[in-house]
Design a protein around this ligand. Structure first.
Ligand SMILES: [Fe+2]
Length: 289
């Protein structure tokens, strides 16, 4: 595939969005009006919680435990912030999701300061993985955005060589309800072999851009070797139309996992996807394409 990244200055139809994402395209929406509000609100909250106008350097100013406590507080506040929620959802709709029939995962604020190794829930370097391994949903769309400026050495990497090439992983039988709680069940399924880095894409976009890519793309945090922290936000969506028509990205190496329908709530009502589908929550394999 010649060009994985496609830039858009305006939104698409929901169908065109799904078609592009499920074919592996990485969409960068550059000028969606609600993104201005989202970035302003996310920065205001981050600066308030860290009590500094420059939170990307806050790791230099405070002890590690105090920094982590502020970060935990920020993540909780981010999820509850009405202005952020409304702006994020408006941005998703502006990009092309169908508001009334789309479900989303939690809104996540992620900070990755330099010098962190390993992965803990919500913190540190996320190793190479496909979100589809854990969610079990071929039609999931990942949404990602930087809150402050990023660089090639402070961002997310996608490995398009693995769009059509399997990689060893520990997804088989993974269960999000047991993740990190039951011995032997990892926090998230990850690649168990080094990725093929041919064509590696390091996302470098301006704050205000919104990136959409398939949950089936292999991706990872880039180790932050810069002096500043990466501050980014993300969520995931699932459209009922895609579920109903079994549309989605190819599943080339996923394990047999229960679709994580309980992660997703309807944008407009907050109703759980699992309840709306009236399906047993352990309906394994139902939504793989
Ligand atoms: Fe991910």
């Amino acid at each position: 595939m010649p060009d994985w990244i496609v830039r858009h200055r305006q939104g698409m139809t929901a169908e065109a969005l799904s078609d592009a994402v499920f074919s592996g395209r990485i969409l960068v929406f550059e000028r969606l009006q609600p993104m201005r509000d989202l970035i302003a609100a996310a920065r205001a909250l981050t600066e308030r919680v860290f009590a500094t106008p420059d939170p990307v350097t806050a790791h230099r100013e405070m002890p590690a435990d105090a920094y982590q406590a502020r970060y935990a507080e920020l993540r909780r506040a981010f999820v509850k912030d009405r202005e952020i929620r409304e702006a994020f959802e408006a941005a998703l709709v502006a990009a092309g999701v169908d508001g009334p029939t789309t479900f989303r995962d939690r809104l996540v604020l992620r900070i990755s300061p330099p010098g962190i190794s390993g992965y803990r829930r919500g913190f540190g370097l996320v190793p190479p993985h496909r979100d589809s391994w854990g969610a079990g949903l071929a039609c999931q769309i990942n949404w990602w955005l930087p809150v402050y400026p990023i660089t090639r050495d402070r961002t997310l990497a996608i490995y398009p060589a693995h769009w059509a090439k399997p990689i060893a992983n520990d997804a088989e039988g993974w269960d999000w309800r047991k993740a990190g709680k039951v011995p032997g069940v990892p926090l998230l399924p990850t690649a168990q072999a080094p990725p093929d880095r041919a064509g590696e894409l390091r996302l470098v976009v301006e704050p205000g851009a919104l990136v959409a890519f398939s949950a089936a793309h292999l991706h990872a945090s880039v180790p932050n070797t810069t002096p500043e922290a990466r501050v980014s936000s993300e969520t995931r969506t699932v459209a009922l139309a895609d579920l109903a028509s079994r549309r989605g990205a190819p599943d080339i190496d996923g394990g047999d996992v229960s679709p994580a329908l309980d992660w997703f709530r309807r944008l407009e009502t907050g109703d759980l996807l699992s309840d709306e589908l009236k399906l047993p929550r352990s309906h394994s394999g139902q939504y793989r394409s």
